[in-house]
Each structure stands twice: as C-alpha cells, then as structure tokens.
Design a binder for this molecule. Sequence first.
Ligand code: SF4
Ligand code: SF4
Length: 577
Amino acid sequence: MEHRCSAAGPAALLPHRRFQADGETYVYAAETGGLFRADEDVRDALSALAASADAAVPPEVVSDLLRAGLLQRGGRPARPGRIAPPALALRTLVLMLTESCNLSCRYCYEACEAHGSPPAGAGGTAREMSAETFLRCVEFLLDASGESRSLSVVLFGGEPLLRFPLLRAAVPQAMAMTGERGREISFSLTTNGTLITDEIAEFLGRNGISVCVSIDGPPEVHDLNRPYGSGRGSYADVARGISRLMKYRNGRPLAARVTLGGGAADVGGTFEHLRELGFDEVGFAPASAAEGSPAALAEEELDRVMEGFRELASRYESDVRERRMPAFSNMTQILALIHRGEPMPYPCGAGIGMLAADPSGTFYPCHRLCGVGDALGDRERGIAVDVRNRFLDRARKRREPACEPCWAKNFCSGGCYHDAYLRQGDLFAPSTHYCRWIRELFLLGLQTYVRIQNETPTFLDGPVRRKGDCMKHLKPVNRKAKAIGKDSGDPPVVEAQGTIPFMHTCTSVFNPGYEIDWTGSTKQLCTPIETDLFGTTDMYCWWPGQAPDTYNNPDWNADCTRAMKDWMKLKVVKPEW
Ligand code: SF4
Ligand code: SF4
C-alpha cells in the first residue's frame, strides 16, 4: 500500500547526494553523515519527492528515508537557535617559532599583500619565539588538555629551521617535562627543506619529529613558486635536504605538501615526481590568494586539478587492491571523514581542538590566523572565553543560509576562515567561490569510498556487517550508516548539528588538509598536510611498523601467519584516546 508521504504534514527532502558506483545507486545523507546503497524503490521515491513533497511513497520506504536522515516530516528541521560553543578540547598547539623565512614564495607574498603585512623576513620586524615562551606554551598545552593522551606540538614559522638552536635546546626539555607529567606529546615540523643539514636531519630522526616538506614539484615548477629573495630557485637545496632526511628518518614516513599556484596544475606529474624523490605521502592544496591574483589557480586550472585528482583516486584504488600503501593523502583524509560520518558544524578545529601561539605566546585559532582577527588569549592569562565564544558563534552562523542546504556541508562547512579572509575580507564569509570543486572532490571521495568498501572492506573497518540491519531499502555503507541501520528501537534520526563531534579538520580550501585528525589529535596539520604524515598513526594505519604491543593486544596478529602475504589480516587495534 502506498500512502501520501505527507500524511503527518508536509515532508521535505533533506540535503543529500545520489551517485552511481560499481553499477549501483548510493545516497549520502548530509544531515546524518550516513552513506547507503539504495534500491530501486528509494531511487523512485527520491525522484518523486524531489518533484513533489506530496508524492505517494510506500510507507516502509518513507520509514527508511526518515531513519536515514533523507526526509523530514513537518518540513525542514528548525535551525538550532543559539548553541553553546563546544568546549576547548585542546590537543594541538602550533608554535610559530619565527616570522622570518629565507624564501620569498610567490603565493606567500600575495597573501601578505592581501592582508597588508610584509611577508615573513621581508624587512619588517620579524618576531622570534624565546625558549621560555616555547616551554610555557607546551606547559599550557599540558594544563589545558585535560586527560587527553594524544597531544601534538607543531613547529611552524616562517621557516622554523631558522630557529634550529631553539629546537635543539627546547624540544628535549619539553619532552622531559611531558614525561615527568606522565603525558606524551608528538612533535612535527613543517619546513621548506632548504636548511636541512646532516646535524638537523639526525636531530629530527633521533627525536622522532615528523617532518613535512613544502615542495611544489619538479624544478621548473618549484623554482617558479618558491624562489629565494634573489630570485634564485630553491629546488636544488630542497632536494639535498630531502636526501638527508631520508638518510636519518629511521623508517618514519616522509610527507610532501604541495601548494598549487597559478600555472602549476599538473598534479599527476607532480605526484609522480615526489614519489620518485621518495616521499611516502603527497598532499595538495591550492594557494591561498586573493581573487584574480596570478598566484591563484584559474578556473580552468582548477578543472585540470580535478582531472588529476581523479587519476590519483583511481591509482589510490589500485594501491589498496594490490596492498600497497596509498600515497595520495588528500584522499586518505576524505575517506576517513566519510567513514566516520559525523556531521561537522565547523570547518576545522581552529579554536576548538587546536590553537596557534605566535612568537610572543599569544593564542589565535590557527597558524594562518595569527595576527588576523582577535587573539584568543595568551600563555600567561589563558583563554579569553568571551572572545573564543564570539569567534565560534560567528563561525557557526557563517553556514547560513548558503551552506545549510548543501550536501557537502559536512566536508566543508563553509571552508577555511583564512581563505575567506583573503578572498572576501571576512573571516566568517563562506568560501562559496570553491563550491563546485569542493563538491566534485567529495563526490570523488564518496565514489572511491564505495569502490574500496566493495572490494577491500578491511581497508577501512573490517568486513561490512550485514546482521542487525533494520532498513530494507537502504543498505548502510559507512560506519555512521551502520549505526543508523541497527535496530535500536526508535527511529532516530535527524539531529540538529548542534553537538560537535570529536574531529575537526582543516578544510583549507578544498584540500581537507586537516588541522586535526578525526580522532581529535593532530598529528596533523593542514596547510596542508603536515598532517598526512600522521595518517599513519591513526587507526587506519597500514604501516606494519605501527604495531600494537602483544602484551595488551595478545591476538592482534593471530590471523597473520605470513607477514609478507597476510599483513592485511593484522587486526586494527583502536588506541584509547
Ligand atoms: S562553501 Fe559551498 S561547498 Fe562548502 S558547505 Fe558552503 S555551499 Fe557547500
Ligand atoms: S581550515 Fe586550516 S588554515 Fe583554514 S582556518 Fe581552519 S585550521 Fe586554519
């Protein structure tokens, strides 16, 4: 029996994206983050309801649609009123060790011109962080992070290796201090790679400091984007630095971060080149630059970037199929987001799980926002609660009205504040100039996710479970959908996106560069992807080197009799956070 969908009042379809993969129809529900395989009845119902809210739809299909968060009775959910900002859940502190830099990158100059400050090291009064401030900031992180076990300090600049003497002195002290307090902090460093000597590489390797090198591709591309102030290209020095990092890295993966500026849209060629140099992970982000700037990718270049991303996604699938570690780190991050499937009311962890300290120890929501907008406090007085609340309140409201009906809002949530600032002069304007590519990228992620789940489900979360599903027409695909699909009595489902989930990523433009990984730690940093190094340390880790200990997890390798062939059968052990 069919009945009018509107039997209990008007019904509204909620934001979703229907797509094809592997010859089937799938639907992603933005309000819940669930990803489902849809049968013919659902396809027909979605088409009919799109045409008329009054369409006749079988009751059990209506029930599935309601449960999945695809349909709302009584119209669209009311927008939540004022919602208390999420508590500070500090896990990552970015330390801006210096404002100086020995390079004069094209897009950096552009960005600095756009917000009226000189580029780092360009003759202004660049500030430097003292050892005392460094240690006080680490102390603040320890004090403000509660019982969190996974904390990160990101060493950033300017060029942080201009301050190697500071690092050499302060990092061991900070490690000793955290050890005395029974805590653990991982350090990571984002560098332009030009200053790496044997001594520096050995220090980084010995202290387990993860390194992400900013490199834009082969010499002709890199030297155009990342010259010294004299105009001389920096590629040769970076290549030398990379070979030193390789020598001392002690098996740690090495990540490359590529900034895609105008005239440099060949992501396939760049990826290939960086893999040949030995990078384990490569992540891309478009340069932040004002509208129309030659440093920014033009529209047709963004289209070429997307084509390149499609090729890399297909290569990613082959890598998974053939049990190789995929290196395209943007995709790794997108897959993790889809898998987790939590609604995301903020675009990133800025001011929530992450803060950045400028050289004086003043806190800002993220490293790119240092000196932009209001400070959120400092190492001495702590967090200015009212300023932080105001920031997050405005951040949340920026999604209205443009982003609320968008199916990609859980991936993007209005995009990077800093990018909006550069483009539109307003931190809290949604970055709608990138919508088309953001949606294309996440659609590519959804399609890739489905194909991987179908072919190699163990890559993401163990075999897809079918027992206990209580929906007939929608088959859960991602983890969130499985939770929705379990028969737990009352149909949920559409919760206002008021509670903030754990993870806050950096959506720096359409690179989900991730300031913080989905667990809420970083090990990751955006801009881009200081992070991606760290994709290897979360529960999706495929690196055999990240082995759980057999004392606490005695059977984690029970199904793996021949490591060379069976290592995919190693159990995933979720760390406690
Ligand atoms: S900025 Fe565009 S893509 Fe991002 S959530 Fe808003 S409308 Fe969607
Ligand atoms: S997306 Fe990244 S760079 Fe942009 S505001 Fe958030 S943390 Fe900062």
